[in-house]
Write a protein of this length. Sequence first.
Length: 263
Amino acid sequence: MVSATVSATRSVLSALRWRWLPFAAVLGMEWRQTWRSWIFRVGTLLLAALALGYVLHRAAIYHQAGIVQSASSILAELWQASLVIGPTLMIILSAGTIASERGTLADSVLSRGISRYAYFLGKWLGRLAALLGGLLLLGLLVWFLAYVLLRHEDLSFLGTLWALALLLSVLAAIATIGVFFSAICPSTALALMLAWVIVHSAGALLWLSGLTPIHPQALWTWFPFLIRGQYDAWAVVRALGWAWLIASSAALLAVVHFSRCDL
């Protein structure tokens, strides 16, 4: 009885392993390809230079001129600036996820025994993990420097994590929209143009209407309070839920279209 149970368990695990192996291969390939991309490296280095340079500049004012520089204010300004720069950067880095491989897509999917669902999910999650991982590392590095070099009495570590999670969630939704257009458009240029227009038009409409908790005006106002620890946790959770709902909806629509379109 025990040996039969062990054998059945091994058979199930082996079947699951072989079923998810193509997905894991595509995900790992997309992760490595994103980190090796010169656009990703240049964009990340540019953001790092701007953010770290700004923190060091304000730290020099604090230590040499004696003018008080609050770490919470500096981080809030950087997080707010990310709302302006981040969406365009996410669109540029995500619009070519699938559209850039249209010439070899049929060979990649049909000739290697990879289902369209596994291929799309691997590409989407691999690109998303690479983009968010790089931004997370940069955000934590900026927080560490601000904490060490500037006055941090009003800086809340938990609130900073909430603010960073909210920023990354919004950027994840925007990157997923970029992947959505990459899946339905025949070229990277068209996907980039449509994603940029839709994202910024939607942001402007949400700013004017305030229909969801993640409209730009609310996020811009929240960041200083979040970083100081003055926030309502339930409101932040609702905003995170809205961001990932948008991301999940865009991914679902994209995978349904990708599973039925001609390669």
